[in-house]
Design a protein. Structure first.
Lengths: 461, 67
């Protein structure tokens, strides 16, 4: 089996001619061939198109026409990102034959940066209903233990990077769908600020909560991908016209002088908190302190307030998007999707408005906490990845999730791997940053990764 | 957080569900009710006593530009 590459390593080796785009793509395709029969991370692999693109990228490099640090890097996209001429299903029977005419803005930007598309990745149905066994494609499996849940909804994105079936992917995050699979699959994944990355051409779940962002092995790799996709877009009214900083240049150094706020009230008293998550998270705080940060406690409103606002807004907006098909073709949806989204039909207009009023209060509260602290920290998930059969069908409807606050507030949030359970399952550290300050978030994540051994461990497949 | 909101009764659930999904078979209706009972807890948590000046969150702000 070919070696595992990070994007940064592959980029450096490509620039020096030590590896070719064709070799990188072939390595990923061999791993897909060998492993994806078990992992089901791809709903559509594109071996011929990827090899052809790799040959072109190689020829361009020989001519001295390198497009940048992502030139020749094999990537894959969650199957809600539109890809011109390539089927984009949302992992659903509803759009099984949908072939978009145009690329999503982010799809196009990654292609312009020189990446090579390996294929389309499994997702929970329309980024919401999974892990389901009644859809046209099976659910993705966790490379650290295929009996376990990948997290979702960017399930294939998490599994593919962890297993080396792509060097980087894009996921989407409405209530944690980048960060939870990043934590459960042992990756770095960043939900950027609302408005930092265009959502145009990405099938929506909730207009005001949806975020697009990268998932990769390291925070540095996320920085490289985010650099390529960030920025204003006339096709997305929410994408903000602000300068995009150099995320990679911001990496390096330690965390001296930085204040990090720990939101213990979100998790500490929760009986669901797994002891190995607690000890890994506590150890990660010690590491951040050793790197020079001042780690202090921060109090926010109860997690349940954030979750209430998120759930009501998400369900109302998701139902508005799917109303016609949920009424006319409900049998064509998987059971998990329809059971989670149909209650959106019963939310009143007043409920929705009250949720958005609460949302504003919570967002301002988080702004105030981040005025004092560069970053807030808490676990990405209370538990390590559970067996896939034990994932509750109603999921986030049943209990509050640690990932919803940053969707409600719109702040950027990063998950990085902060250790493993005794059973070898990954654990995630979640960091929330100031609006449009992804650079600091990535700097903290990168410093933490360099100070710990977790990036040296890969799934044994 | 205080609230004066009362979750919907079973009768009002049935009326709303019948209007939204008139053709849903009983077993699916039961699943919808089970899911709604969870959602209703989150709805009930929303404050209903915010001051009049408490505006909703807006998403279509004027683009912020660097100086």
């Amino acid at each position: 089996m070919s070696r595992h590459w990070t994007i940064a390593e592959a980029s450096g080796a490509l620039a020096k001619g030590e590896v070719s785009p064709v070799e990188l793509v072939d390595g990923c395709l061999q791993r897909i061939e060998a492993l994806d029969g078990t992992l089901h991370s791809y709903v559509l692999a594109l071996p011929e198109a990827a090899r052809a693109a790799a040959r072109q990228a190689e020829q361009a490099l020989r001519r001295g026409e390198r497009k940048g640090p992502l030139h020749g890097i094999p990537i894959a996209l969650k199957d809600i990102y539109e890809t011109a001429g390539i089927r984009t299903t949302g992992h659903s029977r509803i759009r099984l034959d949908h072939v978009p005419a145009a690329d999503a803005t982010t799809t196009r930007k990654l292609a312009e940066a020189g990446t090579i598309l390996l294929g389309k990745l499994a997702t929970h149905e329309f980024a919401m209903g999974g892990p389901s066994f009644d859809l046209p494609f099976p659910p993705a499996r966790n490379p650290w233990n295929p009996a376990c849940f990948t997290g979702g909804s960017s399930s294939g994105s998490g599994a593919a990077v962890a297993a080396g079936l792509a060097l980087g992917t894009l996921g989407s995050d409405t209530g944690g769908s980048i960060r939870q699979p990043s934590a459960f699959c042992g990756l770095a994944g960043i939900k950027p600020s609302y408005g930092r990355v265009s959502r145009a051409g990405v099938f929506p779940l909730s207009f005001t909560l949806d975020h697009c962002g990268p998932m990769a092995w390291t925070a540095r790799d996320c920085a490289l991908l985010l650099q390529a996709i960030a920025g204003a877009d006339p096709a997305d009214p929410a994408a903000v016209d602000r300068p995009v900083p150099d995320y990679v240049a911001a990496l390096g150094g330690d965390l001296r002088g930085m204040r990090i706020g720990v939101v213990r009230g979100f998790y500490e008293a929760d009986p669901m908190l797994h002891p190995e998550v607690r000890s890994a998270f506590d150890a990660s705080l010690k590491t951040l302190g050793d790197l020079g940060a001042a780690v202090e406690e921060v109090r926010l409103s109860p997690l349940e307030d954030y979750h209430a606002a998120c759930t009501v807004i998400l369900l109302a907006e998701a139902f508005a998007i799917h109303e016609e098909t949920l009424k006319s073709r409900w049998r064509d949806y998987g059971a998990y999707f329809r059971r989670r989204v149909m209650p959106g039909a019963l939310i009143s207009a007043s409920d929705y408005v009250q949720a958005t009023r609460l949302r504003r209060r919570l967002a301002l509260e988080m702004d105030a906490a981040l005025a004092e602290h560069a970053v807030l920290a808490f676990p990405t998930s209370l538990i390590p990845p559970p067996p896939i059969e034990e994932v509750p069908g109603l999921a986030f409807l049943e209990r509050a999730s640690l990932t919803t606050p940053a969707n409600v507030s719109g702040h950027p949030a990063l998950s990085v791997c902060c250790g493993f359970t005794a059973a070898g399952l990954p654990i995630g550290l979640q960091l929330i940053g100031r609006r449009f300050d992804e650079a600091t978030l990535l700097k903290v994540g990168d410093a933490y990764e360099r100070a710990t051994p977790w990036r040296e461990r890969r799934p044994q497949l | 957080m205080t609230t004066s909101y009362e979750p919907q009764s079973r009768a009002s659930f049935a009326a709303l569900a019948a209007r939204a999904f008139p053709d849903l078979p009983p077993e699916e209706l039961a699943e919808l009710e089970r899911a709604w009972n969870h959602v209703a807890r989150w709805v009930a948590r929303l404050p209903r006593d915010l001051p009049m000046a408490a505006e909703p969150a807006h998403i279509f702000k004027a683009p912020e530009r660097a100086p």
